[in-house]
Design a protein around this ligand. Structure first.
Ligand code: NDP
Length: 496
């Protein structure tokens, strides 16, 4: 043993790391008291409004519009007009320029958007700053690159835009989901009517200002705020396509509504992903991957690794390391740069999490929550681990969409696959092992749109994302993400 080793052995391990608060400034965002609907490049005064709040302390932030079906119609008409009288004639290289500009403005205003996203959504600033906003800009950069290369992306298929896209997005990644939807739609030459979620409208409304800065022609992107009824009005309106991300129940209702119409549809719905740890995995890294898989963004992630499948021989060390790591997570003010776990997005979501956690306890699972003091105001839930979970428990079957992990075990790779696939969903999965051949074998067996190997929750604009079964259909991201926004005519048919 060297002198250094001996010294380190004697150094007492601190029981708790305390950090001085490091809050990001709220002043970088200029919130208005009241926002209208962004239609045809103008702010339309809404007939009805509601108050959007900060979930961390329930403080009112602004009044925003509750768009009626007539106002949705006006937005769709503006999008149609922009499509037919200008945008569809804009050359692909020009379209790309607008997308590059949007990406650059987003980058320039990244601090403002990061604060806004954390303020309105409750997510930790280090996540909005390092993940949401840079990835949103990256999507605009990426699709800008495709705008004038569609003929190469789809050789011999003569890609053409489809017209007006209605886009409905959820509250877990408001700006990023906006980018996932708007960037490929514009790159393909369409115009858009987008509705952010009721609880998180502010970043989309500020994005309208980015569009003005980028001098995007009026009506190419329209933003209407409101609750589910506004989303339903978009689905019923005269759009050519619906792109939806959200719950499986609403996704099914939309599919029923559109059946028999000519409107195109892509659905990105829920998940109940398995994060699978084999006994040869690097355990400390795997534990970080488990933590990132389920506590990132308070578990409000459709592809969250909410079911942990651990090989039986390493169950005890993994659970012990996991519990220890949980005690170091800092829960609190989303605007504090030290915060790991922020606020739950809404009262309704908190109720839903509590109800499912209570069902887990009633059904017989063992609950563990690290000691942590939750703020008194706002919506909060401590990071939670359930052990002793049976496959049939609701916490192992249903999407909780909160910081709650269910731990199950397996003995063989075949059993891991069987358990991982035993869900109505099929969005994502994680595999932790040192064996490359096992990774490839598992990836082939798992019914999941994305399989991460020795990592989790990694996103990249070049990589397609989407699900199987009740997780929806269609892909977003990558070249695949352009396809739902294009019509194709085979070259030979046109020639012949
Ligand atoms: P929803 O599916 O209700 O919300 C997603 C979006 O759809 C929101 O913009 C919502 O508006 C809108 N919407 C709601 N009803 C309709 C409708 N009938 N027609 C068209 N659009 C509609 O999700 P919730 O917010 O209710 O969350 C419930 C559960 O869904 C969560 O607990 C979670 O399990 C899952 N979920 C999954 C997500 C994913 O990424 N896969 C994202 C969000 C939730 P509004 O916000 O105004 O209701």
């Amino acid at each position: 043993m060297t002198e250094l080793d001996r010294k380190q052995e004697r150094t007492p391990v601190p029981k708790e790391w305390t950090y001085a608060p490091a809050p990001e400034s709220r002043d970088v965002v200029n919130l208005r008291d009241r926002y209208g609907l962004f239609v045809g490049g103008e702010w339309l005064e809404p007939t009805e409004t509601y108050t959007t709040i900060s979930p961390a302390d329930e403080e009112p932030l602004a009044e925003v519009g509750q768009a009626t079906p007539e106002e949705v119609e006006a937005a769709v008409a503006a999008a149609r007009n922009a499509y037919e009288n200008g945008w569809s004639e804009v050359s692909p290289a020009e379209r790309a320029k607008y997308l590059y500009r949007i990406a650059r403005v987003l980058q320039e205003r990244s601090r403002e958007f990061a604060v806004l996203e954390s303020l309105n959504g409750g997510k930790p600033i280090k996540e909005s700053r390092d993940v949401d906003v840079p990835l949103a800009a990256a999507h605009f950069f990426y699709y800008a690159g495709w705008a004038d290369k569609l003929e190469y992306a789809f050789p011999n298929r003569r890609p053409r835009p489809i017209g007006v896209a209605g886009q409905i997005i959820p509250w877990n990644f408001p700006l990023l989901m906006l980018a996932w939807k708007i960037a490929p739609a514009l790159a393909a030459g369409n115009t858009v009517v987008l509705k952010p979620a009721e609880t998180t409208p502010l970043s989309a409304l500020h994005f309208a200002d980015v569009l003005r800065q980028a001098e995007l022609p009026p009506g190419v992107v329209n933003i209407v705020t409101g609750d589910g009824s506004t989303g339903a009005a978009i689905v019923k309106s005269d759009v050519d396509k619906i792109a939806f991300t959200g719950s499986t129940d609403v996704g099914k209702a939309i599919q029923r509504e559109l059946a028999g119409t000519s409107k195109r549809l892509t659905l990105e719905l829920g998940g109940k992903a398995a994060n699978i740890i084999f006994d040869d995995a690097a355990l400390d890294q795997a534990v970080e991957g488990i933590i990132n898989g389920i506590y990132f963004n308070q578990g409000h992630v459709c592809c969250a690794g909410s079911r942990l499948l651990v090989q039986e021989s390493i169950y005890e060390p993994v659970v012990e390391k996991l519990k220890r790591r949980l005690t170091t997570l800092r829960v609190g003010d989303p605007l504090d740069k030290n915060t790991d776990v922020g606020a739950i997005n809404s009262k309704e979501q908190l109720e839903r999490i509590k109800e499912l956690v209570a069902s887990g306890e009633e059904e017989g699972a063992d609950i563990y929550q690290p000691p942590c003091r939750l703020p008194e105001k706002g919506y909060w839930f401590a990071p939670t681990v359930f052990t002793n979970v049976a496959q049939s428990y609701r916490i192992a079957q249903e999407e909780i969409f909160g910081p709650v992990l269910s731990v199950l075990t397996f003995r063989t790779p075949e059993e891991a696959v069987e358990k991982a696939n035993n869900t109505p969903y099929g969005l994502s999965a994680g595999v932790w092992t040192e064996k490359g051949s096992r990774i490839l074998w598992m990836a082939q067996q798992l019914r999941a749109g994305v399989v991460w190997a020795n990592t989790y929750n990694r996103f990249d604009p070049t990589s397609p994302f989407g699900g199987y079964k009740e997780s929806g259909f269609g892909r977003e991201g990558g070249r695949h993400g352009l396809e739902p926004y294009l019509d194709f005519h085979r070259a030979e048919a046109l020639n012949g």
